[in-house]
Design a protein around this ligand. Structure first.
Ligand SMILES: Nc1nc2c(ncn2[C@@H]2O[C@H](COP(=O)(O)OP(=O)(O)OP(=O)(O)O)[C@@H](O)[C@H]2O)c(=O)[nH]1
Ligand SMILES: [Mg+2]
Length: 398
């Protein structure tokens, strides 16, 4: 017997969400979550258990195996996808299928055809977490690149930031305005670090040609990322490498050596160096310790007063030239001074790392609302400040 053709007869409206929880790409297993009133009915439309059993009758958290038959397959009952299904809650079902894109797309398309609404997993998280801070932490956790970043985000997922915001709100409520303001300041001080937990710090190595920038990048990441050559003007583009320093996620950028050049290609590389210097979180200016200190070197340094000063090639006899400023003495060849260089970079990136369990804002929305709360507090607009805090603590909205 052939089943009836597909129809939108479940009257789901937009009340059932379907979301792929696993990342795209090839993997052994993919998970599709279906949630909302009618979720079980929607899945039952396509999921066939052995011996005619019904999903409605399966207890919550019992894992069952069966076949997913998209409507077009109903003409050919032998074509079906083996899936594992579990009702995680009365109105929430997870479908675990083979991890290929086709199987996942097939399942999602089936559910959408009966009125389910597909949403991104980041939006699905909003429906699953009690408030926006927890939902944001869960999304950020998936983006964390290092264990240290993940540990701080996990603290926030467990409520560190929410508790701090609640305390500030309570201070406002009982008129402890100075306390509230100090706590807001403390949170905002941690915001630059928090925002980098999911967006690595950018460290740019710049300097004149042939001073050893590419060699230093390679020594810092531990493999041959950039081409090194004894001719000046080798690096023409910005070459980046992802790594971690003291557990913090960073992106190191090697750049074209800065000099005037008639070669349009090299000039384009130098222009790109200047661009990337604008967006750097940390700039390390590299100089060649075996060469005289020149007016060009001094001009480079003057243009970037906050930069770390790195004197490279210290394995060779250095020139104690007059005018050479203090700096970190390193050798990309022997590794001399590299630990000191890493420490100096880390100190610029994260001068006051938070203690375990500390509240750290980590998303632009949070930082914006905290700034606004502080502004309103300064303007004595206490109700408006309280409103910002309540918006931070509110449930996430889709
Ligand atoms: N002895 C010694 N040689 C080095 C050191 N660092 C780099 N060199 C040499 O210096 C030359 C230039 O090195 P690169 O790393 O290509 O220099 P760069 O600054 O990237 O040069 P451009 O890309 O042309 O701007 C190569 O011959 C390297 O082997 C060092 O610490 N000690
Ligand atoms: Mg280079």
């Amino acid at each position: 017997m052939v089943d009836s053709p597909p129809s939108h007869d479940l009257s789901l409206g937009a009340s059932v969400f379907v979301s792929v929880l696993t990342p795209p790409g090839r993997a052994a297993v993919a998970t599709v979550a279906v949630e909302g009133e009618g979720a079980v009915a929607a899945v039952s439309r396509f999921f066939h258990l052995a011996r005619g059993r019904q999903l409605e009758d399966i207890p919550v958290r019992r894992i069952v195996y069966g076949e997913w038959r998209a409507d077009q397959d109903r003409q050919h009952p032998s074509v079906g996808e083996g899936v594992v299904v579990c009702r995680m809650a009365p109105q929430r079902v997870e479908v675990h299928a083979h991890g290929g894109r086709a199987a996942v797309a097939n399942i999602v398309a089936s559910l959408v055809s009966v009125g389910c609404q597909e949403i991104a997993w980041q939006d699905w998280v909003k429906t699953a977490e009690p408030n926006a801070l927890a939902a944001e932490a869960r999304v950020a956790l998936a983006e964390a690149r290092t264990q240290r970043a993940a540990a701080i985000l996990l603290d926030q997922y467990r409520g560190a930031l929410a508790r701090a915001v609640e305390e500030i709100s309570q201070d406002l409520h009982v008129g402890r305005m100075q306390n509230a303001s100090q706590q807001l300041d403390q949170l905002l001080d941690r915001a630059p670090l928090g925002l980098h937990l999911t967006r690595p710090w950018r460290i740019v190595l710049a300097g004149r040609p042939n001073v050893g920038k590419s060699s230093l990048i390679n020594a810092l990441v531990g493999y041959q990322r950039a081409i090194v050559h004894d001719q000046p003007g080798v690096t023409r583009d910005v070459v980046t490498a992802a790594t971690a320093l003291d557990g913090w996620p960073v992106e190191l950028a090697d750049t074209a050596g800065v000099r005037e050049s008639d070669d349009p290609l090299e000039a384009a590389g130098v222009a790109r160096t200047r661009d990337v210097l604008q967006t750097a979180d940390v700039v390390a200016l590299v100089f060649d310790a075996t060469q005289d200190w020149t007016a060009d070197d001094a001009a480079l340094l003057a243009a970037k007063p906050g930069a770390l000063v790195v004197h490279n090639k210290c394995d060779l006899p250095s020139i104690a030239a007059s005018g050479r400023p203090a700096g970190i003495h390193v050798s990309a060849v022997t590794g001399l001074g590299l630990e000191e260089l890493k420490l100096a970079m880390t100190a610029q990136m994260a001068p006051n790392p938070p203690l375990p369990g500390a509240a750290v804002p980590f998303a632009a929305r949070q930082v914006g609302l905290l700034h606004e709360a502080q502004r309103q507090l300064t303007a004595q607009e206490h109700a408006a400040a309280q409103d910002c805090l309540q918006r931070l603590l509110a449930p996430a909205s889709l």
